[in-house]
Design a protein. Structure first.
Length: 114
């Protein structure tokens, strides 16, 4: 963890066009640059990140969060059901070695007599 010395603050400001940004935003800006197919400048990546943050802040919460949540769960469920599975399991019938009903009546079961 770096200390906020004058030298450190100067390096951050130099790297981000005179702006003092947090570590989380600096990682987002780096990721923005790496994600692009074409090379973009640090300044352009920073502008894109700032635009994204402004859009996120200006968008309010959804009108009906319960309905949105239900639709999201439904979508996940359908994706899960539609996705192919590598190993389809085969359900085999359960074998029964003996019944517990005879013990309740007082007669021993096959497992108890063996």
């Amino acid at each position: 963890m770096e200390e906020c010395t004058h030298a450190y603050i100067g390096r951050v400001r130099e790297r981000y066009g005179g702006r003092w940004i947090c570590g989380l935003c600096s990682e987002a800006v780096k990721e923005e640059r790496e994600r692009e197919k074409i090379v973009i400048t640090m300044d352009e990546a920073l502008k894109r990140h700032m635009r994204f943050c402004q859009q996120f802040k200006s968008s309010g919460p959804p009108d009906n969060t319960n309905e949105d949540f239900i639709l999201a769960v439904k979508q996940i469920l359908f994706r899960t059901l539609d996705s192919p599975r590598k190993d389809r399991f085969i359900c085999r019938p359960l074998g029964r070695s003996h019944s517990c009903f005879s013990t309740m009546q007082g007669t021993p079961t096959q497992g108890e007599t063996d």
